[in-house]
Design a binder for this molecule. Sequence first.
Ligand code: PXP
Length: 249
Amino acid sequence: MKVIRLGLNMDHVATLRNARGENDPSLLELVFEAQDGGADLITMHLREDRRHIQDEDLFEVRKHAKLPINLEMAMTDEMLAIALDLKPHSVCLVPERRQELTTEKGLNIGEHFSRLQQFTEKLQGAGIAVFPFVEANTADLKLASIAHCQGVEIHTGHYARIWKNPYLRKQELAKIQRCAQECAELGLELHLGHGLNYFNIYDLLSLPGLEEVNIGHAIIARALKTGLQNAVSEMKAILRQVHDCGDRD
Ligand code: PXP
């Protein structure tokens, strides 16, 4: 029986820590709490401007934590060199704009196809699984498959924004559902991320082939009230419910 994996995105912890320039809160202590709460991966986005996660964070987590790392990064030579040195379990390739508050869009694979192919080959050669972050459109999935990526992470930011509107939600769910089916046909592993929370996650649980979700904001925000271990284990409990519905093998 497979359970949907939870990658906890720690970027907000680093943002808070950096606000005072000390090691408070300690990212590593919170990684241990996440571990105790049942997180399956630690996700960190090393941005080119280093606005939250720092290079040392990645290597400290790798050294001291048991959980595998999912590194979010832009397709730059600098990030490639860091990834090859760090050797995380997986890499999620994201587009990056300096002015953005958070990752706004999926990667335009059509525009960056040959770079994606090169990065995938090099990263996979070092034993790192590659997942481009894409919009919910089937054309990008085909290209990710041609580039031999293990899978994709579908950007659920739009779904999260329109979730309160039942009509738009139904439309967006249908789009994501089509993508999930296409992933299954192409043999791509399906991940989802961005804007997911304790309410909007339910409609996605029965997507065929969903293997992993990467969640940051909602869990870190809840942790302020409940502590991180509880916030993570509550989300894990939701991710397990799919089995109670008998929807997955
Ligand atoms: N996945 C990717 C690729 C992201 O860029 C982010 C945001 O850093 C997340 C998942 C997590 O998004 P959120 O913080 O909205 O849960």
